[in-house]
Design a protein around this ligand. Structure first.
Ligand SMILES: [Zn+2]
Length: 280
């Protein structure tokens, strides 16, 4: 079923489990992602960057996700990832998304709070869920000195904005898959001890070791984002499959094999965040 994100995360928090959020880059992978999660009885968040949402079309994407989700027994949410402009949040809401993220992490704290409050207002009016970000999650070149989220700032941010979920900077990086990063679990622990009411979000999950992902769930992260590793598994398979194909072979058959490689990665990530006994 098609739902918002907040109730999924609330339930995951109660159960001490995580909800995986998978990045969509093309419409082709959407049914496979949702159905793979359903086979594993796992609630799932399908998310897109603003550029991908514009490439596919907000409304077309939400229509497909809604239709696929309607025949599945697990909750499925469609989430806009890292929107830095309120107009993109508005486009997602108008386009039928059930969840959005406002990312003001590059702004000074007071400005981030103020803009996030505006985004929360839009989300509340439309009854969709909202995530925000405080502290920096790295992007591009790996730099070890991104500022971590200050636990006291996190308390203030959550109280003043009323967001449903908070992404925090603990040393993860987007797009990292060649080596694993050393995340700062002490910072996460300190944030978790102060921010008890709302779920935290792990960005850049691909670059985090499996054992650290489990610790992140135990320390309050109930939305875990995985993008790069999924993309890598599809493209790697595509290089092999398309490289060996004759031009008149069925495009469908070729893509099914690439989707199969991505589905294997999805199953692994689901097993990782739904680990039995996690958080107890
Ligand atoms: Zn992110």
């Amino acid at each position: 079923m098609y739902t918002t994100m907040a109730p999924m995360l609330a339930q995951a928090k109660q159960e001490g489990k995580g909800v995986p959020a998978f990045n969509i880059h093309a419409l082709e992978v959407v049914p496979m992602m949702a159905r793979t999660a359903a086979e594993k009885s796992c609630p799932v968040i399908l998310q897109v960057s603003v550029s991908t949402a514009k490439y596919i079309g907000f409304h077309l994407l939400s229509t497909v996700v809604r239709e696929v989700a309607s025949s599945l027994d697990v909750p499925v949410a469609l989430h806009l990832d890292h929107a830095a402009k309120l107009e993109d949040i508005g486009a997602a809401i108008d386009g039928g998304f059930s969840s959005v993220m406002y990312d003001g992490s590059l702004l000074p704290l007071s400005e981030n709070i103020q803009r996030t409050q505006e985004a929360v207002k839009l989300a509340r009016q439309a009854k969709v869920s909202i995530e925000a970000e405080l502290g920096i999650v790295g992007r591009g070149k790996i730099i070890e000195s991104y500022p971590y989220t200050d636990p006291d700032d996190a308390v203030k941010f959550v109280e003043e904005t009323g967001v449903d979920a908070l992404a925090v900077g603990i040393g993860t990086h987007h797009g990292q898959y060649k080596a694993k990063t050393n995340i700062n679990l002490d910072v996460l622990k300190a944030i978790h001890e102060k921010v008890r009411d709302i779920p935290l979000v792990l960005h850049g999950g691909t670059g985090v070791r499996d054992e650290d992902v489990r610790t992140c769930v135990r320390l309050g992260m109930h939305k875990l984002n995985f993008g790069t590793e999924l993309n890598v598994s599809w493209v790697r398979a595509a290089k092999e499959v398309f490289g060996a194909a004759e031009p008149d072979e069925s495009l469908r058959e070729l893509m099914i094999r690439c989707n199969g490689a991505m589905a294997d990665t999805i199953r692994k990530k689901i097993d990782l965040v739904r680990f039995e006994g996690l958080g107890r």
